[in-house]
Design a protein around this ligand. Structure first.
Ligand SMILES: [Zn+2]
Length: 331
């Protein structure tokens, strides 16, 4: 069901090549809210061989804390090596270790004043290390997780500070984007007018889709069936509420997105190796590494089908043009 007419000016899914994407000089920095987000969302792209294979690519994980931090950092370092990236971790406190987050449901809340401090901390730590020209890849923040929203907004702030010499690209967060309607809901909240933003359902249908998606994953745990359903119902409720924050209600300039798709041709087995490296996370999202690899690959096929290419896998990125302000800021 469609609730938004596509904007006639919206540029939709222009095709580019991974080689052209990585050709511009300077750093290519992939911001990952948590260890695993970039790998789950962009491994196929990073693993696709290109003539610009020597481009300086860096994986930066933002939030890492808690008793598993050492293990998760080591997993991340292994994956960065597999994907040909330098690695850096900002070691900022994960949602459960921050004061504004009181329980699991608070992982899904609209971005706002309680998060300006931590978003500013990300900007403060990264800004001195960014040398323009550069391309920054950040989460579109599909799925409503507050840590993803914070990194998304910090990336916008970095673009504003540096100006157009920072090319800002958003990737679709996996596995969240596997949940039906979630991409369209996020794009609608950002005020996007492309056909992808129109793939909405009735509110009740969107909420049950989110609940069913949560219940399909082992992360809900081995609670009694009634309790599993209740937890999934509450999480779906708060996640959808966080996703409904309209673009005008968030701090910052109005987003202006255009989408680009890139064909993927990673070496056989590499993505499965990458996903297997996150052994601490694999049991959360799927029953096996193979199953998760299959699900993530199926998303790339869906993007291909949306682009009219059956049986090909694609990565979609959203380039942000609005973060520089009404008049592009020049440093
Ligand atoms: Zn994450």
């Amino acid at each position: 069901m469609s609730s938004h007419a596509p904007s006639p000016s919206a540029e939709t899914e222009g095709e580019g090549s991974p080689a052209a994407l990585f050709a511009p000089p300077g750093q290519h920095i992939f911001l990952s809210p948590h260890a695993d987000d970039v790998a789950f969302s962009c491994a196929g792209l990073l693993a696709t061989p290109t003539a610009a294979g020597a481009a300086r690519r860096q994986l930066v994980t933002v939030f890492l804390s808690g008793p598993d931090a050492d293990r998760r950092r080591a997993e991340d370092q292994t994956v960065a090596k597999l994907l040909g990236c330098d690695y850096r971790c900002l070691e900022l406190p994960d949602a459960p270790d921050r004061p504004e987050v009181h329980n699991g449901l608070d992982h899904f809340m609209p971005y706002g004043p309680p998060h300006l401090g931590i978003a500013n901390e990300i900007v403060h730590r990264l800004l001195p290390r960014l040398t323009p020209p550069l391309t920054l890849y950040a989460p579109l923040a599909v799925g409503g997780h507050i840590d993803h929203r914070i990194v998304h907004e910090a990336a916008r702030a970095l673009a504003y500070h540096i100006g157009p010499a920072l090319r800002l690209m958003f990737y679709e967060d996996l596995p969240y984007a596997l949940c039906p309607y979630s991409l369209a809901r996020r794009l609608s909240a950002l005020g996007d007018g492309s056909p992808r933003a129109t793939e909405r359902g009735r509110p009740g249908d969107e909420q049950s889709a989110y609940r069913r998606w949560l219940l399909s994953m082992p992360l809900i745990g081995d609670r009694l069936p009634g309790l599993r359903t209740l937890v999934a119902h509450r999480v779906a409720q708060v996640a959808l509420r966080a996703d409904q924050q309209p673009a005008r209600a968030r701090p910052g300039f109005t987003p202006r997105l255009t989408s680009h798709v890139y064909p993927l041709s990673p070496p056989a087995g590499l993505e499965e190796q990458v996903i297997a490296a996150y052994a601490s996370q694999c049991p959360l999202f799927a029953t096996s590494t193979q199953d998760l690899t299959r699900q993530l690959a199926s998303y790339g096929q869906k993007v291909g089908e949306q682009h009219g290419k059956v049986a090909s896998r694609y990565q979609r990125l959203w380039q942000e043009h609005g973060a520089y302000g009404p008049t592009p800021h020049r440093s």
